[in-house]
Design a protein around this ligand. Sequence first.
Ligand SMILES: Cc1cc2nc3c(=O)[nH]c(=O)nc-3n(C[C@H](O)[C@H](O)[C@H](O)COP(=O)(O)O)c2cc1C
Length: 314
Amino acid sequence: MNKITQLFNIKYPIIQGGMIWNSGYKLASAVSNSGGLGLIGAGSMYPEVLREHIQKCKKATDKPFGVNIPMLYPNLEEIINIVVEEGVKIVFTSAGNPKTWTSFLKEKGITVVHVVSSSLFALKAQEAGVDAIVAEGFEAGGHNGRDETTTLTLIPMVKEKIQIPIIAAGGIATGRGMLATMILGADGVQVGSRFAASIESSAHNNFKETIVRVKEGGTQLTLKELAPVRLVKNKFYQDVQNLYENCPSKEELIQLLGRARAKKGMFEGDLDEGELEIGQIAGLIHEILPVEQIIEQMMTEFDVAAKEKAKFEF
Ligand SMILES: Cc1cc2nc3c(=O)[nH]c(=O)nc-3n(C[C@H](O)[C@H](O)[C@H](O)COP(=O)(O)O)c2cc1C
């Protein structure tokens, strides 16, 4: 038992990050059934679709699971009400101010975790009363902080500032990565990219195969003027780079991004015109595997690496 396994009543301190277009009930329940904590990603779901996924998840697992809510969507209140009505016990919030909803959720008996990318925001989340924070480094897939703070530097800096449990995210896909961040001060890990390339991920197969093909250096954080996001360097990414050469206004960037690019890329499998969000660690992901196997591999490697550490001699 450690702080994170105790907080969520799970076997391993591995959380599957909420991921738009990837983490429906199938992925979340598979992670929870394998001893981690699965999160349904509300960010890409209409409220009633989210309700359906929560209900299906309850049927697919008797283990704890949660919902990830990016707080930048207009129908936030409706989403929060559904989560409460459906009796969800764990909520991870991201992309917003933790003060807005934490006390409301806590009053309903929900365990609340907030995702941050700096120690300043970790402190704010702690002050807002969350139960734990996810500290997400610049390597991570999806939307990201502007400061480019890497997981290796972020975790010890957050650890210096806050007392509540820390979940490390960004660049973790193996048991060794997990052990490394826990040695730096994390109590558990949140993994995104590795689970995006799982059998149970709801992403289009074209996207999963792209993750396997992406090599070191194949992603880049871009669109910092809007919401910084790490993307595969595909045609759409190149279109963005070309536009940058003409010093575009924010409006021109918004116009190029248009609507539903992420859905087009990750869910519909349009590898040219779609936005393909994935982390730097994709360079280490070589196979699309079932969730159970991913977690088993991570935990076996974690144990082997922990024993090796005991043998370090200088
Ligand atoms: C395809 C994709 C979609 C994501 N969508 C979300 C999201 O909706 N909400 C959120 O808080 N984080 C989101 N993330 C971030 C993950 O939850 C997680 O923190 C991150 O992937 C961890 O870094 P890693 O990709 O290096 O494992 C997303 C990541 C990916 C790869």
